[in-house]
Design a protein around this ligand. Structure first.
Ligand SMILES: *[C@@H]1O[C@H](CO)[C@@H](O)[C@H](O)[C@H]1NC(C)=O
Ligand SMILES: *[C@@H]1O[C@H](CO)[C@@H](O)[C@H](O)[C@H]1NC(C)=O
Ligand SMILES: *[C@@H]1O[C@H](CO)[C@@H](O)[C@H](O)[C@H]1NC(C)=O
Ligand SMILES: *[C@@H]1O[C@H](CO)[C@@H](O)[C@H](O)[C@H]1NC(C)=O
Ligand SMILES: *[C@@H]1O[C@H](CO)[C@@H](O)[C@H](O)[C@H]1NC(C)=O
Ligand SMILES: *[C@@H]1O[C@H](CO)[C@@H](O)[C@H](O)[C@H]1NC(C)=O
Length: 431
């Protein structure tokens, strides 16, 4: 079967949150920034935003104090000053946790008064000493009814402490927000609505990643990753915010979150060389390069990608073998060598099909075992001859049920051929 290859096509950084009047402010537009985004803080166009989240501070699992890792400390401590250069009125919040943090550390922290106090006191101190205007909790996710109750206790105590600190310091109280599940109901568990309404300035509703490779419930399914409306399910931004409002959180405290990235799922197969251990690579950042395009292959910044697809080979309508426009053949034959100069670990694939193909040839090819074999054998032969590490099928118009069924057979046979070819070539090279 075709390996499901997922490409993180837009590998940047930001979620935009846009929301209506909270606390006297008519509109709030906010964004999360991550140091790992590779996007310099100084490049953020802060004039677009009213608030910017700096993500993430960490929760220490033994002290329950909030800390900023030493690798982030320089960027975080100058964050507010940097983004205020372009927009002096933008407000910054330090976000704690995030999708990559351990939810059970948050659960233990929230379970006891003393550890909640460590969290709360250290977070306030850290926000003040790094010139943030507020704090944001990103605990993904509490997972029992008790944990949701403890979350409510934490939020109430946090609000009390923030108000107290404001009184004693004479400074404006820190803002408090949290990033929550898209719905007030988390797999049958309910968020602590009263504490949220009373204690938070607003809630960042994570109305995204409904379908993603990391999705808890649907890792193998494609679907609209951030649908605002979905007529066939309750998984949408609209259904989620409706649930939050019906649960009792004032609409003015709800902030709808959008992703600034997308996913693609492609029918690609990689030829794996058994001598080379599989790289533990979860994300694929891939780009198609079109031969004949204005960008020469040597001009591709291949360091940006994990995979590059060289496009397109076509199908010979009588032999069902791969065919090339002769001018492409030269480009294709040293594509891999050229792109590896800037990124020796990149994986290259030969893409077959594309916009100008006559897709009736594809329909015919998949319809018969002997044609599929011609196609498969020639694809592997040519990929190997030209140094490609994989193959990619771009048959965009398969549109009958027999096309779909036959395409399934093609993928299974293709995979089987690749597996046995890899074993054979490895045996050869070992002997
Ligand atoms: C957590 O805090 C303890 C005590 O200060 C420290 O020894 C430890 O290195 C911290 N852990 C992390 C992951 O920073
Ligand atoms: C309130 O602030 C004062 C002065 O900073 C501090 O001593 C006290 O512990 C705080 N109380 C609470 C409940 O945080
Ligand atoms: C997703 O697919 C993989 C590989 O076929 C399988 O092992 C896994 O159980 C699937 N997960 C779910 C939740 O269906
Ligand atoms: C297709 O394959 C046939 C048989 O091998 C060959 O004669 C013909 O020239 C090929 N056509 C193209 C366009 O390459
Ligand atoms: C690519 O191939 C052409 C023609 O075969 C050759 O002149 C050129 O040197 C090759 N470039 C690289 C980087 O291998
Ligand atoms: C289905 O695909 C074929 C090409 O394979 C195309 O000619 C035809 O117009 C398509 N039909 C629809 C309904 O898209």
């Amino acid at each position: 079967m075709a390996s499901k290859t997922l490409a993180y096509v837009f590998s940047t950084l930001l979620f935009l949150l846009q929301f209506h009047c909270y606390a006297g402010q008519s509109v709030v537009k906010a964004v999360y920034w991550f140091p790992g985004s590779g996007f310099p803080v100084s490049s953020i166009d802060s004039t677009l935003f009213t608030h910017i989240f700096c993500a993430f501070a960490d929760l220490n699992a033994s002290t329950y104090q909030v800390t900023i890792s030493s690798s982030n400390s320089a960027q975080f401590s100058s964050f507010t000053q940097t983004v205020q250069q372009k927009n002096p009125s933008v407000k910054t919040l330090l976000s704690v946790g995030g999708g990559g943090s351990n939810p059970s550390t948050f659960a233990s922290m929230a379970s006891q008064a003393s550890s909640r106090k460590s969290f709360i006191d250290s977070s306030i101190k850290l926000a003040r000493s790094n010139n943030f205007y507020g704090l944001d909790l990103d605990w993904e996710y509490p997972s029992t009814a008790t944990e949701f109750t403890n979350l409510g206790t934490l939020l109430n105590e946090w609000r009390t402490a923030v108000a107290n600190e404001s009184k004693s310091s004479g400074k404006t109280a820190l803002l408090l927000s949290a990033a929550f599940f898209y719905s007030a109901n988390y797999y049958s568990l309910n968020y602590p609505i009263q504490a949220i309404s009373n204690s938070l300035d607003w809630v960042n509703v994570m109305a995204y990643d409904f379908y993603s490779p990391n999705s808890y419930s649907t890792p193998n399914l494609t679907g609209p990753p951030a649908a605002l409306y979905n007529p066939t399910s309750q998984v949408s931004g609209d259904a989620g915010t409706t649930a939050w409002i019906q649960a009792g959180v004032p609409a003015k405290k709800l902030v709808l979150g959008f992703p600034f990235y997308g996913f693609t799922r492609m029918g690609s197969l990689e030829i794996r060389d058994y001598k080379e251990p599989l790289r533990a690579q979860t994300w694929i950042k891939a780009g198609y390069w079109l031969s004949g395009s204005e960008i020469h292959s040597s001009a591709i910044n291949s360091a940006l990608f994990t995979h590059l697809l060289c496009a397109f080979a076509d199908l010979n309508s009588s032999s069902y073998e791969l065919s090339f426009v002769s001018s492409d053949e030269k480009d294709f034959s040293n594509f891999t060598d050229i792109v590896k100069q800037k990124n020796p670990t990149i994986t290259t694939l030969l893409a077959i099909g594309g916009g100008n193909s006559d897709y009736s040839v594809f329909s015919a090819m998949v319809s018969k075992a002997s044609y599929r074999k011609s196609f498969i054998d020639s694809s592997v032969r040519i990929a190997r001859a030209y140094g490609f590490q994989g193959l990619d099928l771009r048959w965009v118009s398969a549109n009958t049920s027999s096309d779909m069924t036959s395409m399934g057979l093609l993928f299974q046979e293709w995979r089987a051929t690749l597996n046995s070819e890899a074993k054979k070539s490895s045996r050869k090279s070992c002997s």
